[in-house]
Design a protein around this ligand. Sequence first.
Ligand SMILES: NC(=O)c1ccc[n+]([C@@H]2O[C@H](COP(=O)([O-])OP(=O)(O)OC[C@H]3O[C@@H](n4cnc5c(N)ncnc54)[C@H](OP(=O)(O)O)[C@@H]3O)[C@@H](O)[C@H]2O)c1
Length: 231
Amino acid sequence: MSSAASNTKKNILILGSTGPLGALTTQEALAHHFKITIFVRSPEKLAQEIKDNQNITARLLTETAKLFPLLPSFSHIVSVLGPQGLSYKGKAISEFYTVLLQKILTFPTSNRPYVLALSTPSQEAPQDTFSLPMYFMLMIFKRVGAGPYSEIRAITQSFEKYGNGIQWTLYRVGYLTDTVGKGFASAGWIGDERWKLSTSRSDIARWLIREVECEESQRKWVGLMPALSED
Ligand SMILES: NC(=O)c1ccc[n+]([C@@H]2O[C@H](COP(=O)([O-])OP(=O)(O)OC[C@H]3O[C@@H](n4cnc5c(N)ncnc54)[C@H](OP(=O)(O)O)[C@@H]3O)[C@@H](O)[C@H]2O)c1
């Protein structure tokens, strides 16, 4: 089967399509012929290309009553939801994931989508090693961005507590740039020789969609929190 033909069988839910990374991810998914559903908070912010596209079904994120019955039909959920800005407060995103994961757990294993959700270096992974720039950056960020810092950590707690029995990956992104990247973001661990704090949004979008295309047996990052960076 050609990759375009097998991709039409993948039905993916994308969350966060109104932001720059979400728009790029949605466009990349379209280019790969996936069936796409998006749930958005601010439909007026959607890029015209996404708004007009017949292959996308758009709904409001607040309509969870409409979202939850659809969950077993999705093969993948790709979320780029994240706290916006240093003054972000609250736990809206982690609480949403808690409800989402609990709902997914009520489905038979074969109907549980693979969830790829955004995180940041505010969450360390056991495989990370010491990085002096990251150490200083986190010291500052904990003070000036206490709200986003604690939301990111609450997102991890939500997946660790309710994600047992679900395939998930929390991909961690650092400083996002709009430079047109060379290809795919590289996935690894903070402190690795190749790890860098910045990554282009387009490289992350391509990495995400490549993960969606991957056969289940070849998924490398299930239950892990890889740090994405420039290749
Ligand atoms: N910019 C950076 O350098 C940087 C660094 C580290 C991490 N990040 C993370 O990366 C994410 C993506 O960044 P971006 O600049 O491409 O996009 P963005 O403009 O921050 O967009 C984030 C997306 O998430 C949605 N969203 C956020 N909170 C939500 C909530 N409570 N309910 C519903 N939707 C919500 C936004 O919806 P609306 O359009 O309705 O607001 C938007 O679609 C950010 O959210 C941030 O957490 C960014």
